[in-house]
Design a protein around this ligand. Structure first.
Ligand code: ATP
Ligand code: MG
Length: 424
């Protein structure tokens, strides 16, 4: 038998899970600071939820969904993204009636898209995302962007680029859409069959096409920026003002469209400019979706959110090689030389652990030199050696592996001493 993981999926091995957990903790902590509360929705939903919200001319719905019939003949789909489910839940549980608005939610969990596998692109990946539903204040747009930026910054990333655009309101988009149809229609035969379908249904999607991306007609297409009505422009100006107020540098890219249909007004992406990050540089994407709650059967509640994958965040950390790429979590490694010292080592190992000092020791009766190598590999901060001499003096030899400093410490002072020097 030769069964491997399905294409586009991966096992996250013990050497990696540590980083995942750290990043997840950092995210939960950041959400606490910004007061976004976790929501957990099912991994699969009725297919119609995604065709209605993400849009049936998008890549996600046309090519990427894992859709199946269940035994009751319902069409279900493994969720390809989080916003649709969160908004469905918002409507289903009448969260628009909550006393405190906007309702601020976050989610973190696996998403599924049938995509071509490449670095940074998986068929199962973990997305963290937030949604703020119930406010059309441009200050909340800035808050949402600021939360995403601060997750990356706290993970030590420095080479970040924020790109924003405004997709405008319905009126602006209708005007722009007409201009796009007029622009592409005479030359549509030169485009892929998907784009030919998109022309009448959703010409904006042509700008986001991966097949025709180099067609010069894309670059010369009428820009949404020229079709924003006064209200949409004013809104966009305010968002930019708030970002400036928060000291968040940004670039405006009038061609930023985003791959989902429900967006309007603010759209943004955060990219990594780190060398060696690879071809895919987008870390996170998001935007405003003022019609979506209504589309899914709720009242006219405006919303905004973003999503990022943990996989790409970890790739960016790897590319920037900061302190997060080498997380060490072992505080102490205890070496007992000889029968009697081994007993003491077992005892001390247990005591340190009970005092929240992560500790490891040898269980293979290996040579001291081999144990030292082990301590090194495990990235231990301290090695504690007990030999005959130390046994007699009721001490351990404490060695700081980063400075090389050695010190004889009495057993009854050990915990205190370790805690103090770990703080320093
Ligand atoms: P892309 O242009 O890279 O396909 P997208 O527009 O499909 O991205 P969104 O649907 O906006 O991406 O998802 C938001 C974020 O989720 C992305 O910025 C990325 O971090 C992550 N993401 C999307 N698809 C994948 C995937 N297949 N594997 C890993 N992460 C992904
Ligand atoms: Mg995609």
């Amino acid at each position: 038998m030769d069964i491997k993981v399905p294409r586009g999926t991966q096992d996250i091995l013990p050497s990696e899970t540590e980083k995942w957990q750290r990043v997840e903790e950092l995210i939960r902590e950041t959400c606490r600071m910004y007061q976004y509360k976790e929501i957990r929705t099912p991994i699969f939903e009725h297919t119609e939820l995604f065709t209605r919200s993400v849009g049936d001319t998008t890549d996600i719905v046309q090519k990427e969904m894992y859709t199946f019939q269940d035994r009751g003949d319902r069409s279900l789909t493994l969720r390809p993204e989080g916003t649709a489910s969160v908004v469905r839940s918002f409507v289903e549980h009448k969260m628009f009636g909550y006393a405190d608005q906007p309702v601020k939610l976050f989610y973190m969990g696996p998403m599924f898209r049938y995509e071509r596998q490449q670095a940074g692109r998986y068929r199962q990946f973990v997305q963290f995302g937030i949604e703020a539903i119930g406010s059309a204040d441009p200050a909340i747009d800035a808050e949402v962007i600021s939360l995403a930026m601060s997750v990356y910054q706290k993970a030590g990333l420095k080479k970040l680029k924020l790109v924003i655009n405004s997709l405008g309101d319905t009126e602006s988009r209708v005007a722009h859409r007409e201009a796009l149809v007029n622009h592409f229609e005479p030359h549509i035969d030169a485009f892929c069959s998907d784009c030919q379908n998109r022309l009448k249904k959703n010409p904006l999607r042509i700008l986001d096409c991966k097949v025709d991306r180099n067609n010069p007609l894309l670059a010369s297409a009428p820009s949404l920026a020229d079709f924003l009505n006064e209200e949409s422009s004013a809104y966009f100006e305010k968002v930019k003002e708030y970002l400036t107020l928060l000291n968040i540098p940004f670039e405006v890219d009038p061609n930023l469209v985003r791959g989902l249909d429900y967006y309007n007004h603010t759209a943004f992406e955060i990219m990594s400019a780190a060398e060696g990050f690879g071809a895919i540089t987008t870390l996170a994407g998001g935007g405003r979706y003022n019609g979506l709650v209504q589309e899914l059967g709720g009242p006219d509640s405006p919303g905004i959110g973003f999503a990022m994958s943990i996989e790409r965040l970890l790739l960016a950390i790897e590319a920037e090689k900061n302190e997060w790429s080498d997380l060490s979590t072992l505080d102490a490694y205890i070496i007992g030389m000889g029968e009697a010292a081994k007993k003491k080592a077992v005892e001390l190992t247990n005591e340190l652990r009970l005092n929240n000092i992560s500790t490891e020791m040898d269980y293979l009766d290996r040579k001291v030199k081999t144990q030292m190598k082990s301590a090194d590999r495990l990235n231990a901060k301290y090695v504690l050696v007990i030999g005959d001499d130390e046994l007699e003096k009721e001490c351990v030899m404490l060695k700081n592996l980063s400075t090389g400093e050695q010190q004889l410490i009495p057993w009854n002072k050990l915990i205190e001493q370790l805690k103090n020097s770990m703080k320093a």
